[in-house]
Design a protein around this ligand. Structure first.
Ligand code: ZN
Ligand code: ZN
Ligand code: ZN
Length: 304
C-alpha cells in the first residue's frame, strides 16, 4: 500500500497574492516653476524615481522578467510569477517550480504524463541498480532507530505510473498520487511468520530525495507487515511510514529534503498528514522505542 507524501501532488505554496507589489500610485511634481517634470512612483509608502523603481525596487516575475503589478503566485522557493502563467506553463510535479529554460534549465514530460524540471531531473533515479543502492541506504539509516528488517531480499522494480496503479490495486484501492507500493506474501505457523516474499515497486524517475522518501516509507510498511498486527489503523500505519520517511529525510542535507519535510508537516490528508503528525507528537513525547512497541502491540493509536 505504497503511498507516500501527498505533498508531492501539491507542490509549492500557491498564494494568489491579495496584494499587488506593483505600482501603487504615480505622482508628477514640478520643482520650482520650471517645466522640468520628474515622474515618481509611490510604492509601499515611499516615492521613487520611475527609473530607480523599475531598476531596483519593482518585483519582477521569475519567469518572464517583467514587473508584476497584479496578482501573482509565490512558490516555496521564493519565486514570484504572474498569475497568468498558471494555465500556460507547466509546473514541476516534484518541486512546484514553473518549468522554463530560465528558471529550471528546462525540464521534461515523462511518457506517463508527469512533469519534471531540469533541476529535479539531475538526480532522477532511472536505473534499478542505483535504486537498490538507495533502498539499501535507507534501510541502514532506519536500523539506527531500531527499525530492523531481517532476511531482506526483495524483488525491486522501478515502474511508471500506469504500472504502479495496476500493481497497487492487487491489495488496496490506490490513493491519488502514489510513489511506491509493497507487495508482501508470507507463510505463518502458530501465529508467527516463518517465511515471506517481498516486491517493492517505486516510481521510475523520481528525484533522489523523493525516491529516498518513498523507499523509507515502503520499508516501514515491510517492518509493519513483519511486526505489527495485521490491518492496523490506517492513520497509524501510513503516519508511521511517513514518520520513517521523515527520520531519513531529516538526516539528509539539502533544500530538497527540507522541502519534502515541509510538505509532510503541511499535508492535509487525514492518513498521510494527520496520521504523520500524530506519530510525530507521540515520538516527541515518548520516544522512538515507545512508538515501535506500541506499533507491535496495537492496531490503533494509544489514547491520550
Ligand atoms: Zn503507505
Ligand atoms: Zn511573468
Ligand atoms: Zn522540480
Amino acid at each position: 500500500m505504497g503511498v507516500t507524501s501527498p505533498g508531492v501532488t501539491s507542490p509549492g505554496v500557491t498564494s494568489p497574492g491579495a496584494t499587488s507589489p506593483g505600482v501603487a500610485s504615480r505622482g508628477v511634481t514640478s520643482p520650482g516653476s520650471s517645466s522640468l517634470e520628474t515622474e515618481y512612483v509611490r510604492f509601499e509608502g515611499r516615492s521613487y524615481h520611475t527609473s530607480c523603481y523599475r531598476n531596483h525596487v519593482a518585483v519582477r516575475c521569475t519567469l518572464c522578467g517583467k514587473i508584476i503589478q497584479g496578482r501573482f503566485i509565490k512558490d516555496y522557493w521564493g519565486n514570484i510569477y504572474h498569475e497568468g502563467h498558471k494555465n500556460r506553463v507547466s509546473r514541476c510535479d516534484y518541486c512546484g517550480r514553473f518549468i522554463s529554460e530560465k528558471t529550471t534549465g528546462g525540464g521534461a514530460r515523462y511518457k506517463d504524463g508527469r512533469h519534471i524540471c531540469g533541476l529535479c531531473r539531475r538526480t532522477a533515479v532511472q536505473d534499478t541498480k542505483r535504486g537498490r543502492e538507495l533502498l539499501g541506504d535507507a534501510r541502514k539509516r532506519l536500523e539506527r532507530y531500531g527499525i530492523v528488517i531481517d532476511r531482506f531480499d526483495p524483488g525491486f522494480h522501478l515502474i511508471d505510473r500506469g504500472k504502479l496503479k495496476r500493481v497497487s490495486r492487487l491489495s488496496r484501492p490506490p490513493d491519488s498520487e502514489e510513489t511506491g507500493f509493497t507487495h508482501f506474501r508470507s507463510r505463518s505457523r502458530g501465529g508467527r511468520i516463518v517465511s515471506f516474499e517481498l516486491d517493492i515497486y517505486i516510481l521510475l524517475g523520481l528525484p533522489q530525495s523523493h525516491f529516498i522518501e518513498a523507499a523509507a516509507h515502503e520499508l516501514m510498511h515491510v517492518w509493519q507487515y513483519l511486526n505489527a498486527p495485521p490491518k492496523n489503523d490506517r492513520a497509524l500505519c501510513e503516519g508511521s511510514c511517513n514518520y520513517a520517511a521523515y527520520l531519513v529525510l531529516q538526516e539528509l542535507s539539502g533544500a530538497e529534503s527540507e522541502y519534502l519535510v515541509h510538505n509532510l508537516f503541511g499535508s492535509k490528508d487525514r492518513f498521510y498528514g494527520e496520521g504523520f503528525r500524530r506519530v510525530t507528537r507521540l515520538v516527541q513525547k515518548r520516544g522512538t522505542k515507545y512508538w515501535l512497541s506500541r506499533l507491535r502491540a496495537n492496531r490503533r493509536f494509544p489514547t491520550g
